[in-house]
Design a protein around this ligand. Sequence first.
Ligand code: 1HE
Length: 262
Amino acid sequence: MALVNYEIDDGIAVLTLCRPQKRNAMSDAMLADLGAAVDRAAGEARAAVIAGRGEHFCAGLDLSEQVEKSVMEGIAGSRGWHAVFSRIQRGAIPYFVALHGAVVGGGLELAAAGHVRVADANTRFALPEGQRGIFVGGGGSVNVARLMGVARMTDMMLTGRVLSADEAERYGIVTYLTEPGGALARAKELAKLAAKNAPLSNYAIVNALQRIHDSGYDEGLFFESMIASLTQATPEAHERLRAFLDKKAERLAIPTGTEARP
Ligand code: 1HE
């Protein structure tokens, strides 16, 4: 049985980690299944959701496979995570990650490789690598640190601190909080909204924003102009802009100012 279940729901790819008896710990085989699912989604969906089956999103690296790995095997393993996660992070479509239960170690690294994180109120976040005598290896030192800041990540790794969903939202890990059990439905709703965007805009959003943020001021602005002009020059943009001007496009849900104010 696949360790990552793949289904299309209304045009959205839903990738579900399916090893609940091991708290969705990421084994080599599960990583391979995740990579295959990500490649499939890139070819047939306009947005995707990643979720976990059972009581927890993901307990991180499968520790049972790590016990006797050599340094070279460890490097290959970590680079394998990077390869799959970068196809999520800088792939063709946006990823919405639905979090619940434990989001631990490599589970948090996987969440950080997605573009938008939705967590239910009972979600807990931890980076127990220090306690296990290891280090993050799935891109966390870059991606988790970018979300919460190096100081907070250092604290979590040194002290084994477990963050609540509220704290994770304050720390910038999570963008949406839901009631218990509500994260998957909300993530799907959000993915469906993103799927309505022009695919080239979504491609630029997931590929360019972080790169621009990583580059210098002048390079960033230059790169932005190139992408802006590229997207504007497409027939799809012309059609969408015309639809707005012809009053055929949906309006934003913003009060007009004529309603009575409280
Ligand atoms: C595992 C793993 C795992 C559970 N690798 N087998 N991650 C961790 O250090 C987290 C380790 N896990 C936990 O702290 C807990 O399992 C949970 C808090 C997530 C859930 O607790 P609970 O009580 O629901 O489950 P459990 O009884 O601890 O685990 C159920 C089974 O899953 C059990 O196996 P069983 O054969 O005895 O039933 C556990 O051994 C197994 N299991 N987590 C292997 N992680 C790219 S580098 C990333 C570096 C890291 O991710 S470090 C963090 C690793």
